[in-house]
Design a protein around this ligand. Structure first.
Ligand code: DX5
Ligand code: ZN
Length: 224
């Protein structure tokens, strides 16, 4: 069996990505498979280094376990890390298909993106809620995706910061067709419509999916 298809490149639909941060880690394999069977288009893997954000979440060993449990799932690794370059090879080895890093630590990421692509992965930049769109001008031409954080990163279950959507028009004006604008944090059936209207085509959600009993209903409602 080959690697999972990259949905950012192969699928023009709106994508919904369950974030395993809110999964039951005592049953991680089952939780990965359940979110994909419920209609998830990829799995979002939130990596926190205890430095870029105060919290520590999971490392390559857990990512690799998710990959083994759900080998058909495309893994989108969100590095909330001060030194993303250090983690390219470990997550490539752990089955990642896409690596996202924060523009706040890497405003001119040409060399990093080249290393990510050399491992057969696509690359994306992420902006924190207080980071302006203009900071991304040098990085956008280099990457496949741009992601708005709609919470301050560090934990799931926080309230959606709607004002970040005002950055979408400026970001989209710098992006070429085929590049994806994503959003992460506080995405739910209630907040997803405004995201879709703003031109976002990949919606990440942790608690709004894993915090419910019916993952398929939550994913369908977020997709709209
Ligand atoms: C935030 C993470 C998010 C988080 C989202 O630090 O990057 O991916 O898991 O959680 P919810 O969807 O519950 O806001
Ligand atoms: Zn994330």
């Amino acid at each position: 069996m080959g690697a999972p298809l990259n949905p950012y490149l192969s699928d023009r639909r709106l994508l919904v990505e369950p974030s395993i941060l809110s999964a039951d880690f005592t049953r991680l394999g089952e939780e990965c498979r359940a979110a994909m069977a419920a209609g998830g288009d990829a799995l979002h893997v939130d990596v926190m280094d205890g430095h870029f954000v105060p919290n520590i979440s999971l490392g390559p060993v857990i990512c690799e376990a998710a990959h083994r449990a759900a080998p058909d799932a495309f893994l989108d690794v969100h590095l909330m890390c001060t030194d993303p370059g250090r983690w390219v090879d470990p997550y490539a080895d752990a089955g990642a298909g896409h690596i996202q890093f924060h523009v706040e630590v890497m405003p001119r990421p040409a060399a990093l993106v080249e290393r990510i692509r050399a491992r057969g992965m696509t690359a994306g930049i992420v902006l924190n809620p207080d980071t302006s769109a203009s900071v991304c001008a040098d990085a956008i031409p280099l990457v496949d995706t741009v992601m708005l954080m709609s919470v301050h990163p560090g934990k799931s279950g926080q309230q959606f910061i709607a004002s970040v959507l005002s950055k979408a028009p400026e970001l989209l004006s710098m992006m070429r067709p085929g590049q994806r604008l994503m959003i992460d944090g506080g995405v739910s059936p209630a907040t997803a419509p405004a995201c879709r209207e703003a031109g976002i085509s990949v919606l990440i959600a942790a608690s709004a999916i894993y915090g419910t009993r019916d993952y398929a209903a939550a994913i369908t409602a977020i997709r709209g």
